[in-house]
Design a protein around this ligand. Structure first.
Ligand SMILES: [Zn+2]
Length: 448
């Protein structure tokens, strides 16, 4: 074992049995902390007839009620303003405000103390070190620094590792590319959508081949793309760089990361988080690899607004493979596969938007952008897929491959519309490529 490979060699190579003991000890500690310092958590556990003293074994953890995002929304603006009564510290100890992006509803406020903020950058240090960031790196962060947590903690972690950080805040995309070129930046962090968008602008608007630039590694977050093989390949080919996946959320923390070995999945940081996978239909906790479910997660060391058995709605599955990097932290296969809300039934078949992305991005004649619209006519569901043809590519040359691959990977038929390259909407941060209009009809009906 080369200890230089790990940010924390003791934790990252700890045998699983020992990790479990550590997780249980930390779980009890955070549960006790929340029970004694937050009215919200005390009421939640009292209603379930449980106290931290009732948790005697790892198995007992699943008795603890889950926390839904909607519950966190309900307590906002209550005392103490604006966070509500899940806050476990006096208001004057809160040093950082962030909020969720609100893509699935009203944003949730997130208070962190200085200690929590240190913890955030420690979580990200595991990520960046495993992806080969070292003090010699010059890291460019093309991110609009604002109220969203996004790459803030990545920024601080890169500094903590000793890298040089270039904050590419208010610059526009062309200025960012020129700055990368001017400074010979070696690494970058961005959403997959923006990684592809930057490459497109460099190539087609500026005549710069991004693969000729000095970026040799890119850390992605915010969307599943870096875990989807065909999207990862597009990004790696465009930039001539390794592209790594990472997953985190405002209310959780940076909980998983792909390592340099690119195992087609992410390691769960099991020293700092407890991840449980729950069967979406039965609620049973899935222990074995190969079965998909939604993630229930506990941040074991986050203090101001604890995250205990949070129902993340992220769909994941354990991988049976052990990574060749030597980390004992388990892998989740293919990263986050999607959101439980997005994985929907169409014509009675489960459809995951990431499966469509995998197909579209694997076909060379198609552009990076696409759009999926699910609708219904009477009782019959329809899926429309809009794709862009690259210049000089004809519909005839790819149509059969596209249809066959879609049928093979998703078991569904599509109405396909072809557009000229550059005509579908472009996104700067997170893309909205999947629209389920059936849900809108239902919402509308409910409101009426
Ligand atoms: Zn690994």
């Amino acid at each position: 074992m080369n200890s230089q490979e790990y940010w924390n060699p003791v934790l990252e190579t700890m045998p699983l049995e020992k990790l479990k003991v550590l997780q249980f000890k930390k779980f009890k500690r955070i549960l006790n902390w929340a029970y004694t310092h937050s009215k919200f958590h005390k009421a939640l556990y009292d209603t379930a007839g449980l106290t931290p003293d009732d948790i005697h074994s790892f198995d007992d953890i699943k008795k603890i009620p889950k926390v839904e995002k909607s519950m966190m929304r309900e307590i906002q603006n209550k005392d103490p303003f604006p966070y509500g009564d899940a806050l476990c510290v006096p208001l004057e100890e809160v040093s950082t405000y962030r909020q969720t992006s609100g893509t699935t509803g009203q944003p949730v406020y997130q208070p962190d103390t200085w200690q929590d903020w240190e913890w955030w950058s420690e979580c990200w240090s595991f990520v960046l070190w495993a992806q080969g960031y070292r003090p010699k790196d010059r890291v460019f962060i093309p991110f609009g620094y604002n109220i969203f947590v996004a790459f803030w903690a990545g920024h601080y972690a890169a500094e903590k590792l000793g890298c040089e950080v270039v904050p590419g805040g208010v610059l526009d995309t062309q200025s960012r590319i020129l700055k990368i070129q001017e400074l010979n930046a070696t690494a970058m962090m961005a959403t997959p959508t923006y990684v592809l968008r930057m490459a497109d602008i460099a190539k087609n608007k500026m005549g710069i081949d991004p693969a000729e630039l000095s970026i040799n590694k890119i850390t992605c977050a915010g969307e599943p793309g870096a875990g989807i093989p065909s999207t990862k390949k597009r990004m790696e080919d465009a930039w001539g760089a390794k592209v790594y996946d990472h997953s985190g959320a405002t209310e959780i923390g940076a909980w998983s990361y792909e390592c340099k070995n690119q195992p087609c999945g992410m390691h769960v940081n099991e020293a700092m988080f407890l991840v449980e996978i729950e069967d979406i239909n039965t609620g049973e906790i899935i222990e074995e690899p190969g079965r998909k479910g939604k993630m229930i997660i506990t941040a074991l060391d986050r203090m101001a607004q604890p995250c205990i058995r949070f129902d993340s709605k992220d769909v994941i599955e354990w991988d049976s493979e052990v990574c060749s990097c030597g980390r004992s932290f388990r892998l989740i296969k293919g990263g986050v596969i999607g959101r439980a809300d997005d994985i929907t039934k169409v014509k009675g078949v489960l459809l995951s938007p990431t499966a469509i992305e995998e197909v579209v991005r694997s076909i060379d004649g198609l552009g990076d952008e696409f759009e999926v619209i699910v609708d219904n006519q009477g009782d019959v569901d329809r899926i429309k897929l809009k794709v862009e043809l690259m210049p000089e590519v004809t519909k005839l040359s790819i149509e059969n491959t596209l249809k066959d691959q879609l049928r093979l990977k998703t078991n569904l038929g599509y109405q396909i519309e072809y557009y000229d390259y550059g005509s579908l909407p472009r996104y700067e941060v997170k893309a909205k490529r999947f629209k389920d209009l059936r849900k809108k009809h239902i919402e509308k009906e409910c409101r009426l």
